[in-house]
Design a protein around this ligand. Structure first.
Ligand code: BGC
Length: 462
């Protein structure tokens, strides 16, 4: 008996450890997307960079991510999630180290693109991997380690940017720090098991049993049978045609729509341009940078709160409540922001932005990456998650690159009013269509899909 308990504690810790290691790629995601805002200021001192080149240096990473997410997914089911994460780790190290050592603008482009590729691959491989090794009652929390890691990465960038601003070689150091999580990811992965679901789908039953034994102790027989039964039901080989099979269309729509709401709620207008927004509100340089760190901190604390609530309250209440609160906070920003605000007005404005960050972090922030890893059937899970991740990057590019231009044309109020309307539509959509997948096994969700159950009821217990 005592032996049994020790074994199950052991396997529990092993699952946590594997999820943290895979989550390292989230830290790199947050760090490498955020670091450029600080690094650019100093790059401009060492290189002559015109506005076009500046745009390319920033955007080439996001394009790389979109390509990485879509292009590499083709091999996701062939090589498996773990090997894919190893490839990602190598690319991360190459990209960050190369950037830190770059001596021409072309080199900067190349390494930013390589980093983008690795972020794109990680953005579907890591949540996918975690959801397939996690026991269903912990899946939400463990997959959300990925989002937690993203926000830790973003906060680290804000802090590193603030402190390195006075160092002798700021941008090279800013990039170089990114190699640390990349090395931890790569070393850690060698001790990780491959996903038992993926191993079974490749007919490697012995390896799957070995992996399940490590992850679940001795209690894995039911899960093994459940996975096998689902694989038998599917028959089909994994491919893109199978993904676009009529029965999967509702869930493809959910994945893309949730990513649309996540990005078009304007999150990266704030995450990437926070100092600019605070300066606009008349906060002064120092206070703007400090408020930006506050944004990162609130994002982190709220993500932890969301994580604790996710598997207790469920996805629907968080998404519905979060969307409504985001809409209200964004409407407040739209109503109160103008140039050279008074102290009280600035406090209301900053307070509204922080409220929005809180609401985002407990809803679409957590849920976006979670949903793409849990609603697709096993035979097309890699492709499905890749579609969701690619949609996320494309919507991200749309907002991040149009924001500075639109800000000049329309002003901050109209843009934030638009984001508020998107969140209101998200509120309505979630009430009407979003499935509750709390505590439901991936196999149950899949059986419901095969039976043609409506998307709203995909997670209803039998
Ligand atoms: C989004 C990122 C965003 C981050 C902010 C993630 O879920 O995909 O685009 O920067 O959350 O916390």
């Amino acid at each position: 008996m005592a032996n049994q308990i020790i074994k199950s504690q052991h396997s529990f810790l092993y699952v946590i450890f594997a999820s943290i290691i895979a989550g390292m790629s989230g830290i790199l995601f947050g760090y490498d997307t955020g670091v450029i805002s600080g690094a650019l200021i100093f790059l401009k001192k060492d290189f002559v960079i015109n506005p076009n080149q500046e745009g390319i240096i920033v955007s080439i990473l996001l394009f790389g991510a979109a390509i990485g997410a879509l292009g590499v997914s083709k091999i996701a089911d062939k090589v498996g999630r773990k090997k894919l994460l190893i490839i990602t780790g190598v690319l991360f190290i190459l990209g960050t180290y190369g950037l830190a050592k770059s001596s021409t603008i072309n080199e900067l482009y190349i390494y930013r693109f390589i980093l983008g590729l690795s972020i794109g691959i990680a953005s579907f491989a890591a949540p996918n991997y975690i959801s397939e090794i996690a026991p269903s009652h912990l899946r939400g929390r463990l997959v959300s380690f990925f989002q937690l890691a993203i926000v830790i990465g973003i906060l680290l960038t804000y802090i590193v940017n603030y402190y390195l601003a006075t160092s002798t070689n700021p941008w090279r150091e800013m990039f170089l720090y990114g190699t640390i999580p990349a090395i931890i990811l790569l070393i850690g992965l060698f001790f990780m098991p491959d996903s038992p679901r993926w191993l079974l789908s490749q007919g490697k039953e012995e390896a799957a049993i070995k992996s399940l034994r490590k992850l679940r102790g001795n209690k894995f027989q039911n899960e093994l049978e459940e996975i096998k039964a689902t694989l038998n039901l599917e028959h089909n080989k994994s491919n893109w045609n199978e993904l676009f099979n009529k029965k999967n269309l509702p869930i493809i729509a959910i994945a893309i729509i949730i990513m649309f709401f996540q990005q078009l709620s304007g999150i990266n207008a704030i995450i990437y341009y926070a100092p600019k927004i605070f300066l606009y509100a008349g906060l002064g340089i120092n206070n703007s940078f400090l408020s930006t760190i506050l944004v990162g901190l609130v994002n982190l604390i709220s993500t932890i709160i969301g994580l604790l609530l996710l598997d207790k309250l469920g996805r629907r209440p968080l998404m519905i409540g979060g969307s409504l609160l985001m809409a209200v906070a964004l409407a407040m920003v739209a109503l109160t922001f103008h140039e050279n605000m008074s102290n009280v007005e600035s406090m209301i404005g900053v307070g509204s932005i922080l409220t929005y960050i809180f609401a985002f972090a407990i809803s679409t922030g957590l849920f976006g990456w979670l949903i793409i890893s849990e609603i697709f059937p096993l035979s097309v899970r890699g492709e499905g998650a890749a579609i969701g991740a690619t949609a996320n990057w494309i919507f991200n590019i749309m907002v991040s690159f149009s924001f500075p231009v639109l800000l000049n044309i329309f002003g901050i109020n109209i843009i934030f009013a638009f984001f508020a309307v998107v969140c209101l539509i998200s509120f309505w959509y979630c009430i009407k269509y979003l499935p509750e997948t709390k505590g439901i096994s991936l196999e149950t969700i899949e059986n419901h899909l095969l039976q043609g159950v409506k998307s709203r009821n995909l997670g209803v217990k039998e």
